[in-house]
Design a binder for this molecule. Sequence first.
Ligand code: SF4
Ligand code: SF4
Length: 549
Amino acid sequence: MSKYLPKQADLIKEFEEKPSPLKGDYADREWWEMPYEFREGNFCFPAKPEVIEELGFPNPRKWAVTDDDWKLPDGWQKTLMDGMRERIKKYRSLKLYLDSCVRCGACADKCHFFLGTGDPKNMPVLRAELVRSVYRGDFPMVEKILKGFAGSRKLTTEVLKEWFMYFYQCTECRRCSVFCPMGIDTAEITIMVREILQLIGLNNNWILAPVANCNRTGNHLGIEPHTFVQNIESLVDDIEELTGVTVNPTFNRKGAEILFITPSGDVFGDPGVYTMMGYLLLFEHIGLDYTISTYASEGGNFGFFTSNDMMKKLNAKMYHEAERLGVKWILGGECGHMWRVVHQYMSTMNGPADFLQEPVSPVTGTKFANAKVTKMVHIAEFTADLIHHNKLKLDPKRNDHLRTTFHDSCNVARGMGMFEEPRYILNKVCNSFHEMPENTIREQTFCCGSGSGINAEENMAMRMKGGFPRANAVRHVREKHKVDSLVTICAIDRASLPPLMRYWNPGVSVYGLHELVGNALVMEGEKKRTEDLRENPMTGIEEKEGDVD
Ligand code: SF4
Ligand code: SF4
């Protein structure tokens, strides 16, 4: 067990005893007077100097968040203020988000970090105010217009430390934006602040190390191409042993119709590997002409949590590989931030990808018109279309040992509006699916509490707090419907939700959607299936004496 994981009783006691506006405290204090503290378990470690050097980022050095002296470069205030001015000029949306808050408070209790910590500076309105207060001081005209919203501040070391704390306690999930009458997207403010903090060497190792790995080898874990292939081949062996079916993925094959890209967590991490096995079974089932690149071997994009330039660079490999291999279009696996980047930025950042074709399913003939520009189709849309056209032989009874609920990943749900396809699939591949409460799903989904690169072990206490609203909704369906399986379509969720469930809802396991598809698929030439892809027994189809494979 992680030494950063607090005892549940201690965490609850702390929440109950700590003053919070949730309980009506602080009524007589200004927001900027409210204390904050870096404590073990509530921050991520800074990036190591060698990682920063490898990326060519500024101010590589050894430092600790709990140090008084963060070893900032000379003139750091000017660097940050120049960085802020430049971005406010460049991004009209950012200027609007900073200027147009009317302090209505509608967002205040919508953030999972505020609900989980009770810390007022985790209210989206105050999180943004950390920056607005400095922005106001820097732009006298703005201060004049916003007269009455007191509190313009100078950029001091204390203010800087607050920025570092609270903009790494925002998972850029955008839940607050759903409730804002002005359409303010606090996540965009967080993205900008994190980017300018990079300018003086303030960052976190859990983000920058994967970025450096991805930059060097194409995936977050820094796995070389031959190891990448070996891992998938070992999954091929596992599938054969379990099902008797040989699946045949190919690598870097020129002229394949489709390039398949998924997060590397699906190739190396548990439980992501079972999702990968599901994809491989699906592609074999329909005879898909696809290939996997050992260079574009990562769908996820931690550049997104670093800077626009880095996001663009890491994303570019997808189109480069598609062009090099001469495929027609790209199919993307289950991932959150990969899809936020693909859906919202890829075509303008690295497109137009005119060398690719408008995606058409080779099995059903469906034109994916929504992917006309990006040329990249989400696996959930692809599979839902196959099921809709009766192209898959499915036996949902094979998932009868699971009682499921579905977690909408923030980036896929709010970032690209995909709500129905995963539910449609889930309802076809299993018989027991129960929704969490309405205000915690679809557009209003609660974040896992560990997205946007704060999934570090040393941040465990904060993750358990931020993930509490999600866990609480799962607890509701566990108690009401005996749910024991939390299904998701995001690789970060597959990494972050298992410890969250162990902490708040022991007995609930986390699954990728296509793992359940893989369980349910009736494959040609298969042997009798009595175990799921995790080798857990399926209910009601136990091996009987005399059964032959
Ligand atoms: S984007 Fe998400 S994490 Fe950030 S302030 Fe809004 S609700 Fe909180
Ligand atoms: S809901 Fe929007 S306008 Fe209202 S306080 Fe929050 S950010 Fe400001």
